[in-house]
Design a protein around this ligand. Sequence first.
Ligand code: ADP
Length: 481
Amino acid sequence: MKIAFIGSECYPFVKTGGLGDVMYALPRALKREGDEVRVILPLYQCIPAKYKENLVWKGSFMMDLTMEGRTFFVGIMETVLDGVTYDFIDNKEFFDWGNPYTGLWEDIPKYCYFSKASLAILNYMEWIPDVIHCHDWQAALVPLYLRTRFWGTPIEKAKTVLTIHNLRFQGICSIDHLKYWSGLPDGLFDYPVLKQNENESNMFKGGLAYADRITTVSATYAREIQTPDYGEGLDAHLRYHSGKLSGIVNGIDVDLWNSDTDQLLAARYNEENVLQKKALNKRALQQSLGLEEDEGKMVLGLVSRLTDQKGLDLVDAVLPQLIDGRTQVVVLGTGDPRYENAFRYYEGQFPGSVCAYISYNEGLAHQIYAGSDALLVPSLFEPCGLTQLIAMRYGAVPIVRETGGLKDTVMPYNAEENSGNGFTFNWYDSGLLLQAITSARSLYFEDRARWDEMVRRNMRKDVSWEQSAAQYEDLYRTLVR
Ligand code: ADP
């Protein structure tokens, strides 16, 4: 099959979260299955020069956008990495600022342009995919453009899949703003499609209505978003479209996340020598972060965007109670100043036991997964979550809230059966988080053999993309038939 991926970020060019990982790993997994895959991305200014230097010019044309039909330049720059073709859309008016996002007011025109230009370049290159796989609100207008402005052009035969990576972000703005920039027909600005309320429109809502299939990144999240608690205002819309909605859990790229070959680690390791080598990684981590160097301490890691979604108020509430002379906490993340400052405060309060590394740092993330004994992921909601998967692969035991993909991928430790992958809690409550961490600590300090078995069990668990890629293929096939 021929599949086009359209989304706003993709590792290694530009990544702010899990979407970037998926846009990298899933196309490669599909390619291994024998599919032909193209990934379409904006040529942001923030993409590192080393990638831009290798791009090859494939052509350019002018495209109309907006209600007035203003014309804009569309350039196509291409590169091929490991058999996957990446086509970058070049336009300095839209893509020359932001990291890669700017603010919703500017991002709405940016992604109207991007969605329309993505279809236009496929026609221009005469590469007509069987399926166009769109990701999140930034690409949600693609199914709408396809069935209106591109009707009667070669691309019309393509089917669309729209994946929800995070329903919190929907691309909501005034009806006038979206009407002007998208240039979509007035008829779409009604309640079943783009209209959110009397004054506002919602890009994700429109895309969900028009896509041939909707997926999200875990079965539990697919159920949760049909309820008012998790539906972010779109639960009724999703219930209405539930017949075409399904959940497929993410994997991780096991070549990229491979502790046996990871050049960023102080000591590389596998399931056989993890216990000895994790101690070396732990010492190196403690040393580089100014923590007390002692491999006997239990290190709890946290690698996350620092936002409300991630359950950080729970961590904030229990952190002082974790510092007992034998536990250390390492936080890597950026985001809401409220959390950044809380973790900085604890670092000052508990020197040698807490480190708050307020930054985005890919290398340190690898070192934390390798050097930690456990990883905290107590999210308020979590569509899939990748950090718990990476943690398992790197032999750090996840401590998670039972929501979304966390629930689907981390089975709770069962002492009677000596089974499970981590420690879990259900209600969003700091007391329950503390209880889960306490259970983890008891096992770690009092029954290390069982703990070590869990570490090894987790490293053996299949968290690769292969199974998920096969499920996406099955889904594509139902459309192509
Ligand atoms: P989300 O997409 O909601 O941010 P995920 O768990 O799906 O969460 O994906 C997070 C990804 O981003 C993981 O690969 C994680 O290692 C990475 N990450 C998050 N914060 C940082 C950071 N501060 N530095 C480096 N990597 C980070």
